[in-house]
Design a protein around this ligand. Structure first.
Ligand code: ADP
Ligand code: ASP
Ligand code: MG
Length: 401
């Protein structure tokens, strides 16, 4: 049996934790399995690297950021191999070049294209535990890239797919996937199962427990993921295809404060306006999320949309420089998205109304709304985020079985 085990930053934050992880991996190794381990940088080291970089240059080149980031994961894998060696088990650490993990060329947000598995297979045949750096890749210029924050989960799933692993376990600092972030919402409950589609929505909408692309890949290649704690032996949450499991109306609540709202006011109410606006933004690689167009009146209309908070100023600049047919642009960087996700809601009326009622009870104003078959998202003021999550979580009684 081949197992891929991924451990996040808190799980390898210090010497004691490193040995804890080493022992857990050795257990599988001694049971006769092939073990591939994927690690993140220790503790908050990636954040520290960002602080160091910004102290030198507040706008560092993305290529150099990736060059810097990769040392975090490289440190973890080397120390882990040393720990296993100390425990008498042969282990080898590999970085993205050594594997190699080929990605697209976008620094800071690369996508995995292909993984060469020969080197890993060769090391496994020598009965070594193979420890691979998460988060990083190599592009066609032979430069390091990274997969975006939290990307080590994606490395693990991609490796599990490439190696045809029997199991992919994501070890973290909570017991699994909960109905909401257990650090923010009182009474959040651990889920035993969740479907790929629900997990993908939750991860995309701010539930940082899994990198959203890891869920995308798991779904595409049919990798059953288990999310569990590195600090206990609880079973965790299975993320898998969704046929036989309970179809809960709502499975979870997620929030994302990495968002900003741009309102373009007084646009001409005529064909082509939305095209020109969003085309200009697309050409500058600015991703758009929720979009709301107002009812036209007296020949004008307003269009509001959300972007990642870091892109807000650039979006306003792009509009200013490429576009003239509007009265003004308003940028609001103090908003947040709160979402409910559930495979059961497609066949049930009234779910959205119930969410809005929970917000009304808390006197929280909704600025924008968007929905899909299995999700409802609202945009609110970010100061109300946790209160909104709690209220919605309580309204749907998600903490109770
Ligand atoms: P790691 O370093 O192990 O990758 P992360 O910090 O990336 O850990 O992810 C785990 C964290 O995700 C938890 O500590 C928790 O606060 C947060 N989280 C957010 N939403 C959820 C959720 N629905 N279920 C579980 N954890 C969540
Ligand atoms: N170390 C990286 C980060 O902090 C990748 C990861 O932890 O998954 O974002
Ligand atoms: Mg993570």
């Amino acid at each position: 049996m081949l197992v891929v085990k991924k451990f996040g930053g808190t799980s390898v934050a210090n010497k004691e934790r490193i040995f804890n992880v080493a022992n857990r991996c050795i257990e599988d190794y001694r049971a006769g399995h092939d073990v591939v381990v994927v690690l993140s940088a220790m503790g908050k080291y990636t954040d520290e690297l960002i602080d160091m970089a910004k102290d030198i240059n507040e706008n560092p080149p993305k290529r150099e950021m990736d060059m810097l980031f990769t040392i975090g994961e490289q440190m973890s894998v080397a120390l882990m191999a040393m720990a296993m060696n100390k425990l008498g088990v042969p282990a080898v650490s590999l970085n993205a070049f050594q594997v190699a993990m080929h990605t697209t060329s976008v620094y800071g947000n690369a996508r995995l294209k292909r993984i060469d598995s020969e080197r890993i297979r060769h090391e496994l045949e020598q009965r070594k535990i193979v420890i691979v750096t998460g988060f990083q890749g190599v592009n066609k210029y032979d430069d390091y890239t990274t997969l975006g924050r939290g990307g080590s989960d994606t490395t693990a799933v991609a490796l599990a797919a490439a190696l045809n692993a029997d199991r992919c376990e994501i070890f973290t600092d909570v017991d699994g996937v909960f109905t909401a972030d257990p650090r923010k919402v009182k009474g959040a409950r651990k889920l035993d199962n969740i479907t790929y589609d629900e997990m993908l929505e939750l991860a995309t909408l701010g539930a940082g427990v899994l990198h959203n692309r890891s869920v995308e890949l798991a779904k595409k290649f049919g990798v059953t993921l288990v999310v569990r704690s590195s600090l206990n032996t609880e079973e965790g949450t299975k993320v898998r295809r969704g046929s036989k499991m309970e179809k809960m109306l709502v499975s979870g609540v997620a929030a994302d404060t990495d968002t900003a709202r741009i309102a373009v006011i007084g646009l001409k109410d005529e064909p082509g306006v939305a095209f020109k606006l969003f085309n200009a933004l697309a050409q500058h690689n600015i991703n758009i999320d929720m979009i709301l167009q107002s009812y036209g009146r007296e020949g004008t209309k307003d269009i509001s949309f959300t972007v990642a908070r870091d892109d807000a100023d650039e979006a306003a600049k792009v509009i200013d420089e490429n576009f003239s047919e509007y009265e003004k642009v308003d940028v609001n960087k103090t908003v947040a998205k709160v979402s409910i996700v559930g495979a059961g809601m497609q066949s049930n009326a009234g779910v959205a109304a119930k969410m809005f009622e929970a917000l009304y009870d808390e006197n929280i104003n909704i600025r924008m709304i968007s929905t899909s078959e299995i999700r409802v998202t609202v945009l609110i003021d970010d100061k109300n985020t946790e209160r909104a999550m709690q209220a919605v979580h309580d309204k749907f009684a998600l903490g109770e079985r």
